[in-house]
Design a protein around this ligand. Structure first.
Ligand SMILES: *Cc1c(COP(=O)(O)O)cnc(C)c1O
Length: 383
């Protein structure tokens, strides 16, 4: 089974990096649950020596995701945070990183509470305004770390503009593409050097695994990531690799439904008298709807909305029946969160206000149930 160079997205998701198992013909890459590999003689082996360094199940996933994001290679880590940590080890003390200001809370915690101790410096800017990126770049800046859309206010960064500014100053661009998924947005096509995902979310898609991946556009970065994966050892397990591989096979069809349901629910909420504001890149009312149309293929399953007060937001969160009140996102089941008291509780109130995250904001990770059932649930919860 040779994948033709012209293969399109769904075909790549299902077939890239996957060969029938040579020993049995099993169509699915087995879970190679082994720590070591027998060598035929000194210096002669099949490319696998020790399972922290190489594992066939992990390798199949890495080749699959490299093809899906259009990179040269990918490396899988134990979590999304371990993947981000691996990227930062490409830096050295004294280097500076420009970061999207309302980045994922765990990313901010790693940068601010851990990596500053090792002499790395970070500036947090609103990367939706390219001129602010330009202003923040210093002679020591080595990376621009972008998240688009952001959580939970779904602000977008123009990837073409951001890459152009960064590359002019010899700064690598890293995109956390977790929220969009590669089905909706492929940052390497816009010039990104590295793309990372928490595979925990859309890539695995079934809320049953924690993992992370980094895809490199250039061989030089790929070599650095491979080295650190083995040297620091935060590898993805064979079983989790197998789960994510199963997930990517249905990525394209799942995302189609996430996109459809997201749009339907956003439109329903926008028409509801108790909802004061809806934030979804697929709505013409989104301030960056034109950019979303240029940069994204479909608008994903993440949306946020505001009601009249914190009390009302609490009542809605406590009243949903089909939707589950839970952190995380990107699974087949619909989840609701109240960011200011859940995922973003550790963000100081002034900072929350600055990014437009009010106490009356509710976030939904729209799943792939029948949209009508989700709308019925929202109707009763709002009613
Ligand atoms: C969840 C998430 C992460 C962290 O991933 P884990 O797998 O939980 O370690 C990073 N970035 C974004 C945007 C996320 O949603």
């Amino acid at each position: 089974m040779k994948l033709p160079a012209s293969a399109r997205f769904s075909t790549v998701c299902i077939h890239a990096g996957q060969e029938p198992d040579p020993s049995t013909g099993a169509i699915i890459t087995p879970i190679f649950q082994t720590s070591t590999y027998v060598q035929e003689e000194l210096g002669k082996h099949k490319g696998f020596e020790y399972a922290r360094t190489q594992n066939p199940t992990r390798l199949a996933l890495e080749q699959n995701l490299a093809a899906i994001e259009g990179g040269v290679a990918a490396y899988a880590y134990a979590s999304g945070m371990a993947a981000i940590n691996a990227i930062t080890t490409l830096l050295k003390a004294g280097d500076h990183v420009v970061v999207t200001d309302n980045t994922y809370g765990g990313t901010f915690r790693l940068f601010d509470k851990v990596l500053t101790k090792y002499g790395l410096e970070f500036s947090y800017v609103d990367t939706s305004q390219p001129e602010l990126i330009e202003k923040a770049i210093r002679p020591t800046t080595r990376m621009l770390f972008v998240e688009t859309p952001t959580n939970p206010v779904l602000r977008l960064t123009d990837l073409t503009a951001a890459c152009e500014i960064a590359h002019r100053r010899d700064v690598r661009v890293i995109v956390d593409n977790t929220f969009a998924s590669p089905c909706v947005q492929r940052p390497i096509e816009f010039g990104a050097d590295l793309v990372m995902h928490s595979t925990t979310k859309y890539l695995n898609g079934h809320s049953d695994s924690i993992g992370g991946i980094v895809i490199a556009a250039k061989q030089e970065d790929a070599d650095g990531l491979k080295f650190i994966q083995n040297a620091a050892g935060a590898i993805l397990s064979p079983f989790d690799s197998w789960l994510v591989l199963r997930g990517t096979k249905t990525l394209a069809v799942r995302m189609k439904q996430h996109n459809l349901n997201g749009q339907m629910i956003a439109e329903f909420l926008e028409s509801h008298p108790k909802v004061t504001k809806v934030i979804y890149p697929g709505l013409p009312s989104h301030p960056q709807h034109d950019l979303a149309k240029r940069q994204m293929k479909g608008f994903g399953g993440m949306l946020s909305f505001e009601v009249s007060s914190f009390e009302e937001a609490r009542r809605v969160c406590n009243s949903v029946r089909l939707m589950a009140l839970a952190e995380s996102l990107g699974g087949v089941e619909t989840l609701m969160t109240h960011p200011s008291s859940m995922t973003h509780a550790s963000v100081p109130p002034e900072r929350r206000a600055a990014i437009g995250l009010s106490d009356s904001l509710v976030r939904i990770s729209v799943g792939i149930e029948d949209a009508e059932d989700l709308i019925d649930d929202l109707k009763q919860a709002l009613g």
